[in-house]
Design a protein around this ligand. Structure first.
Ligand SMILES: *Cc1c(COP(=O)(O)O)cnc(C)c1O
Length: 360
């Protein structure tokens, strides 16, 4: 069987054990004689999958009964619109820190509705860093303060939780959800498109304080109200059952590995190997992110020329290192090293980087 080390940013690598488990039970799920994508979402076996996934996510995050997990379609990109539609008004707008492409898209959706303010932006520095606490201008009349916790394209990540002075903190964690323990109680709403670190595309996990979800503006379409998902256990209409089933398996895998502490240990060890390879290359490799903003999940770097970058991608592939080409807006390379990337993959890439620098 051919499997490469898959450094793609998303859809991204998933734990091999999870894929094998899904394969083994695919044709006859829970002795139903049907696959998970053929059974009713109102059936007992599906209900168990759905509720167990929710419970495991809350347990991993150390959150209690005052939080709810929702499963919503439309990707993280629909959350960019649902959030201002549900929570912001002209009098009480949403406040945004713009730290990359997705943070900018989130701000844009609220801005188009006329309900956004800008608390900070690092765009003039090509998003090389996360703003410091003292740079955040969160206006006191804000409905919420929105951050993108890990900037997938630029390879930067928050290493502190912003102090919002009691304004609800919302975070897009699409590319670092369940990658390390945090004081999640400081957040009022967290969401993640699961195709980076948690499963196949098709569902967004939203973890929010129940008190926020009880009432949505009445004039909104039913499927754009958080209230609908909350009151119907995310089963108002047919949910993306396969994606939720896989997210549940990934959450169980994380629990079996030792939870978020163990993920953090593995992820920081992996990131260190690659950042060391960059820093010890005598300037051959140049990291995009400033050191104190470096992401544990997406390692971005450039080579001395675009020709060498093309050569790097081609030769990496010969070593079964796939998906290392960076996003077109940054150029260079990006190695995405989510939870499921084994340390052997990162060691192979670091060895390849050292040899490539020597030979070129
Ligand atoms: C990929 C990504 C998105 C966009 O997700 P979709 O599910 O494709 O809409 C948003 N935010 C972050 C941080 C991402 O990495």
């Amino acid at each position: 069987m051919k499997r490469v080390y898959n450094f793609n940013p998303g859809p991204a690598t998933l734990p091999l054990e999870v894929l094998q488990e899904a394969q083994a039970e695919f044709l006859n799920f829970a002795d139903s004689g049907m696959s998970i994508i053929e059974i009713s979402h109102r059936s007992k076996p599906y209900e168990k999958v759905h509720n167990q996934a929710k419970a495991d996510i809350l347990e991993l995050m150390g959150l209690g009964d005052d939080y709810e997990v929702l499963f919503i379609q439309g990707g993280a990109s629909l959350q960019f619109a649902m959030i201002p539609l549900n929570f912001a008004t002209k009098e009480k707008p949403g406040s945004y820190a713009v730290t990359g492409t997705f943070a900018k898209n989130a701000h844009k959706e609220a801005n188009n509705l006329g309900v956004a303010t800008l608390a900070a932006s690092t765009e003039s520095e090509n998003f090389r860093r996360i703003p410091r606490q003292d740079e955040l201008k969160i206006s006191p009349d804000s409905a919420y303060f929105h951050i993108c916790n890990n900037n997938t394209i630029f390879g930067t990540e928050y290493h502190y939780i912003p102090d919002t002075k009691n304004i609800p903190l919302f975070a897009d964690m699409s590319s670092d959800m369940l990658s390390r323990p945090m004081d999640f109680k400081k957040f009022s709403l967290i969401y993640a498109g699961v195709q980076k670190n948690l499963g196949p595309a098709g569902v967004v996990v939203v973890v929010a304080k129940k008190s926020l979800l009880e009432k949505s503006p009445e004039n909104l379409p039913t499927m754009l109200k958080y209230e609908t998902f909350y009151k119907k256990n995310s089963l108002y209409n047919t949910p993306p059952a396969f994606s939720i089933y896989m997210v549940g398996k990934v959450a169980a895998w994380i629990k079996n590995c030792g939870g978020l502490e163990e993920m953090a240990k593995r992820n920081s060890a992996k990131a260190k190997i690659l950042y060391d390879a960059i820093d010890e290359s005598n300037g051959f490799y140049k990291g995009h992110a400033e050191k104190d903003s470096r992401s544990f999940m997406n390692v971005t770097f450039r080579l001395p020329s675009e020709d060498l970058e093309k050569k790097f991608v081609a030769e990496a592939l010969e070593k079964n290192l796939s998906g290392v080409k960076g996003h077109r807006s940054v150029g260079g390379m990006r190695a995405s090293i989510y939870n499921a990337m084994p340390i052997e993959g990162v060691e192979t890439l670091a060895d390849f980087m050292k040899n490539f620098a020597k030979n070129n």
